[in-house]
Each structure stands twice: as C-alpha cells, then as structure tokens.
Write a protein that binds this ligand. Structure first.
Ligand SMILES: Nc1nc2c(c(=O)[nH]1)N[C@H]1C(S)=C(S)[C@@H](COP(=O)(O)O)O[C@H]1N2
Ligand SMILES: [Mo]
Length: 321
C-alpha cells in the first residue's frame, strides 16, 4: 500500500478493484489463500458467495463491482472521496477534498488511556503492522439521509481495546479528533465546540462490526475520509464515525459528544439508524443512496440488526435516540 498512489476518478473500474484487492491480500501475506479464507473473515467476495443477488463464480473474485452482503454495489472511489462531511475543514461536502489535500497524517500518534491497565501512545504505523488489516464493505448512513456503500480497510476496535485492558470501572469509550487550526481551516468556525469528540458504550465499542479504519478501496485512507485513523460504526448515523483520531479514552460515565452538545434534542448519544425515529426536522424513513435516483427505505440499525439489536434489549429506542 503506497499512499503516494493517486487514483484518477476515471480509472475507478472493476480492474482497479481487482488489482487493489490483490495488493491488499499480498500485504496481508495471504495471496492465493483464496475465497475460503475471505469468507471466514466475513468479507463478501465481489458479488459472490454472501450476496443473494451475486452472479460471480468463485475465482471471479473482485471482477465486477463488489457488493455489500445485501447485494448493493460499492460506491465509486470518486463519490467516496469527493462528498464528505468533515467540519474541521469546511461544511461544504464537495470542498473537503481540496482543503484536506496536504493534511499531514504522518507521523501520527494515538493516545490510548483512561481506565485501562495498559495505557500507551501508539504510532499509527505500529497499529498498521500490529493488527491484521481486513476489508469490510459497510453501508454508511448519514443523519442527513444520504448513504453510500464503502469498502473500508481496517481492524476491529476490540483488538486495540483488549490490548489496553479496560478496568472494571470502564463503561464507555471516548474519542477525540486532532485540533490543529494551522491545518484545519474549519476550526475557525466558533459555532462548534472543538475538538470533535464522540463516544460509544463499551459493549458497542467491543462489537465486531466496530472498525478502526485505516484505508478504503485497498489503499491507505485519503485525508478527506479521516486519515490516518477513523472510527466506523456502520449501524449508527455517520457522525458517530469520528475522523483523524488522536485520543481514545476509557471512562466511567457517558461522554459528551460534539453533536449532542450542540443540539441534544436532534443528535442523541446512541444515534442508531432507525427509520421509525424521525429527526425533529426531517423523516428518517428513507434515504438517498449516492449514485441512485430513487430513494430507498432506511433499514433498522442500517441493516445490521442481527449483529447489534441485542445491545439495546429493553431500551426504548425513541427515548435513547
Ligand atoms: N472529526 C470529524 N469526524 C467526522 C465528521 C466531522 O465533521 N469531523 N463528520 C461525520 C459525519 S456527519 C459523517 S456522515 C462521516 C462522513 O464520512 P466520509 O466523509 O468518510 O463519508 O464522518 C463523520 N466523522
Ligand atoms: Mo453525517
């Protein structure tokens, strides 16, 4: 994975997907291990085995557009990297990519601390080496009612938390984004209580779906998508998936989050995708998939209910929104 590789939007073709997947497998040292191993990791193969609508035969791996496990194709690299929410740069989704182009993502350290047995400041390069990087194709549903399907690279947050060793008092995880006004022009906007911060309950953080993402489309993460390290929590609205993380802290009480600080009645701590709980100013029943014309229904927990609904047993999802 060479972060200097620039992929022109025009070259985002199935061939690109195929090549990047091969490079990724090579990087993991399992080239040739094939579909069985990937299936064991829960990674859908290019519209294949796990996709009910899939037509690709085993061995066609990656030829043809990759899909999520529901059979929907991944968004293009161009869409994913040119339509971004990243208020540290600008509130203009189409303006983030150019403003973030020279954002310095190396060297980069992440401080893991708070209520843990093994507090440690990690260099991101060490995290990349230490934890096997896998591809996860996830839906991303923004609270603004648009969505994409994104082929992330990364590793489960649980792997890092297990190493940190949360103490018995640790009940939540708090995350913080870099706060560098010299590089992030949006930080001048005093409407927002910087730094961007987010949080998860410890069991949410330990769920296998919760990813610390380091890349997409088999390449290192572009700056506009949260390089070098961002959270991806696919069953929650996109704002929970905090970018450019510098601090991960285990805490006893529910942490404040930037969005719930600004508008607690609009952006709750849980922020689980839920078609039946409208935002006070708009419905969440449907969404616009970037690249499609017709709106599609929004799925409870963004389609991940089987993996996460149990986390909320007995909770009133309209009160704990
Ligand atoms: N630090 C930080 N993280 C952030 C945001 C932000 O403004 N700042 N925006 C969030 C929102 S609202 C969404 S929808 C996703 C968008 O991720 P993407 O640009 O990679 O699609 O990032 C989330 N993470
Ligand atoms: Mo969002």
């Amino acid at each position: 994975m060479n972060k200097k590789i620039h992929i022109p939007p025009s070259e985002i073709t199935p061939r690109h997907v195929y090549l990047s997947r091969r490079d990724f497998l090579k990087a993991m040292g399992i080239a040739g291990a094939g579909a069985a191993l990937l299936a064991a990791c829960g990674v859908p193969e290019g519209g294949g085995a796990q996709s009910p609508a899939g037509t690709a035969a085993p061995g066609d791996a990656g030829i043809g557009r990759q899909t999520d496990e529901l059979g929907d194709g991944v968004n293009t690299y161009e869409d994913i990297t040119n339509y971004n929410n990243y208020y540290e740069f600008t509130t203009d989704k189409q303006g983030v990519a150019s403003l973030a182009r020279d954002f310095k993502t190396s060297p980069w350290t992440v401080e893991v601390g708070g209520l843990v047995d093994n507090p440690k400041t990690y260099d991101v390069d060490d995290l990349l080496r230490k934890f096997p990087q896998e591809e996860r194709i996830y839906r991303l549903r923004c609270v603004e009612a648009w969505s994409m399907v994104i082929p992330w690279m990364g590793f489960p947050l649980a792997s890092l938390l297990k190493e940190a060793g949360p103490t018995s008092d640790a009940k939540y995880v708090r995350f913080e984004t870099l706060n560098d006004p010299a590089q992030m022009p949006g930080l001048k906007n005093r409407l927002y209580p910087w730094p961007y911060q987010e949080g998860l309950r410890l069991d949410e953080a330990m769920n296998d779906l919760t990813l610390l993402a380091t890349g997409l489309y088999g390449e290192l993460m572009p700056p506009q998508n949260g390089a070098p390290l961002r959270l991806v929590v696919p069953w929650k609205y996109g704002f929970k998936s905090i970018k450019a993380i510098v601090k991960i802290e285990l805490v006893a009480g529910q942490p404040s989050t930037m969005w719930s600080t600004i508008a607690p009645n609009e952006y709750g701590f849980y922020a689980n995708v839920n078609p039946d709980v409208p935002h006070p100013r708009w419905s969440q029943a449907t969404e616009r998939r970037i690249g499609e014309l017709k709106r599609r229904p929004t799925l409870l927990f963004n389609g991940y209910a089987e993996q996460v609904a149990h986390l909320y047993d007995g909770m009133d999802l309209s009160k704990n929104f």
